[in-house]
Ligand binder design. Structure first.
Ligand SMILES: [Zn+2]
Length: 193
């Protein structure tokens, strides 16, 4: 491909991605990054690729380059096995996927499990456990998101106003950390005792 054609192709991809972002209401996202060229060292990457760069794992989702936490990768890996880990029977994607993502077993196994729980009079305890672990999951996601926001902002401020780093780490960061703790405390209080 000639240099001109390469340029043309890059422009086309950039424009398509920007359009895609606009349609999805992601105006703030920088569509330049989403072309997938990362300063000439790596790439091009396309939708769904996962790669490591600067000690972080990245992917392109909906045309946007974004950070993947190791936890997400682990989750993806155990997303949907072929056989139910409990009864070892093949799982039916249309029926079992939802159940597996919540309970790590197929629909039939979950029905049996819940029946057993009821028989033993442990239903209330079980419901409480599920409810609380849902809240734990929300807290975990929120904390991860907040930490990345804080880190991202710290880096941004370091790049844009290197002289103000002290100010950032001193006040803004502390305020963000404080509101993070407050929100987590609130979420914890929603748990059933
Ligand atoms: Zn099963």
């Amino acid at each position: 491909m000639s240099k001109d054609n390469v340029l043309k192709k890059q422009f086309a991809e950039k424009d398509v991605n920007r359009l895609r972002n606009l349609v999805k209401g992601k105006h703030a996202n920088k569509s330049q990054i989403s072309v997938g060229f990362t300063k000439g060292q790596e790439g091009p990457h396309s939708e769904g690729d996962i790669w490591t760069e600067a000690d972080k794992t990245w992917t392109i989702k909906d045309g946007i380059k974004q950070n993947v936490t190791k936890l997400d990768v682990a989750r993806e890996a155990v997303n949907f096995p072929i056989f139910c880990p409990s009864c070892k029977k093949p799982m039916k994607p249309h029926l079992d996927k939802k159940w597996f993502s919540m309970y790590k077993r197929c629909f039939n196994c979950q029905i049996d499990f819940e029946a057993a729980i009821r028989r033993e009079g442990l239903w209330e305890e079980y419901e409480k456990t599920i409810y609380n672990s849902d809240i734990e999951g929300i807290i975990e996601k929120f904390e991860m998101w907040m930490n990345e926001e804080i880190e991202h902002n710290a880096i941004q401020s370091y790049i844009t106003e290197a002289g103000d780093v002290e100010k950032w780490t001193g006040s803004v960061k502390n305020k963000l950390l404080e509101s993070k703790e407050e929100a987590i405390k609130y979420l914890q209080s929603l748990k059933k005792q």
